[in-house]
Design a protein around this ligand. Sequence first.
Ligand code: URP
Ligand code: ZN
Ligand code: ZN
Length: 464
Amino acid sequence: MRTLISNGTVVTAEGSHRADVLIDGETIAAVGLDLAKGGPADATIDARGKYVIPGAIDVHTHMELPFGGTFAKDTFETGTRAAAFGGTTTIVDFAVQSKGKSLREGLDAWHAKAEGNAVADYGFHMIMSDVTDDSLREMDKLVDEGVPDFKLFTAYPGVFFSDDGAVFRAMQRTRENGGLIMMHAENGPAIDVVAAGEVAAGHTNPYYHGVARYPIFEGEATNRVIRLAEAAGVPVYIVHLSARDALDAVRAARDRGAMAFAETCPQYLFLSLDDMGNGFEGAKFVCSPPLRPKDHWPELWSGLVKDDLQVVSTDHCPFDFHGQKDLGKGDFRKIPNGLPGVEDRVDLLHDGGVVGGKLTKERWVELISTAPARLFGMYPTKGAVAAGSDADLVVYDPQRKRKISAKTHHMDVDYSCYEGREVQGASDVVLSRGSVIVRDGKFSGKKGHGRYVKRAPATYARIS
Ligand code: URP
Ligand code: ZN
Ligand code: ZN
């Protein structure tokens, strides 16, 4: 099957130019002018007035994550379908090692959740919650199997938390096996002290989740884990960076040449602590790190422009407001942490970044697709519009406006953090490996089309 996307403006991290894109089967066969002259295609998609961009890649999702006594609601089917509506054609989800269990058991469980269910491609990172001699040995095997990144936590004592010794041991091992350490950097034990004090003072509303997790606790932990990574000689990637204090630590590390990388998420660019203030409604916005006061926003945008932040991912981890978030009524510490977002990232960043005059359209593509592909061992199979790359492509209308709402979104969750917000820019046609899976707001893909993406080790991250 040959498909021609004609007359569009191809936008990549490197630049923009008018070009046709010819797809043969699952891959891009050619990018250039007047490709129709080379003979008829089986199907043509007219992209006049539209951008043609590489399918977006979300390297931070949690489908069906067990957390806070419940499970994140989206499955690999509903989650990748919602992602596709929003122009995201690849996700990298976090498999979980439970305490006392092996990495293998966790990874097998995540393969079982995804295989035959995902509508778009997926890979895995591994959450390590139990650093032992055995799990350290298992890391090498996972790198060989295309799971080269390991997330550790200095937050959530008693759940995912690892102490500095455990983090350092995982880093030392990663130095040898070529992987990448991803860190959730907040000082969990200190947060627990403050949170207990708030609850004892009768401050049980969701707002105090945001109050208790001080920005300085994120800044301290970020600096500490980067320093540990420097001592171990490994690259480190800070996930879901929310606060200027943490950005300062990343910037300082990069200025001294450390292999430090970081992502932020739309919730830290568009939502704030104020959103958590409306009684228990604030539970809709409970995530960790928490939403910050608005004066952190300009610094994060500037971090995106200056490449101190390299990626925008979502940390998609949806819990229903009714029946899940309400587990924490009367004690904010029991609210399951996480927000829905996989469907809206591309448009939010286009609207706030490109339309808002903060980012070029090329930088937008880099942040949502090309940089994640490079850092996480998928480039140029993914993240590029080039001959030989997977035909994961989006025909994007930079003018179309839409309102975000839980009534119309496709994520399996009963609210939206952006209810009623108008955004400019939307995905018209979404292709996954040559197949049209979304066109004009209608799903045409199929369950099981999504394939496991075996990723290469973190070579790119080793060039600081
Ligand atoms: O609140 C969050 N971020 N929930 C998902 C788990 C994590 O820490 O990424
Ligand atoms: Zn985290
Ligand atoms: Zn997460």
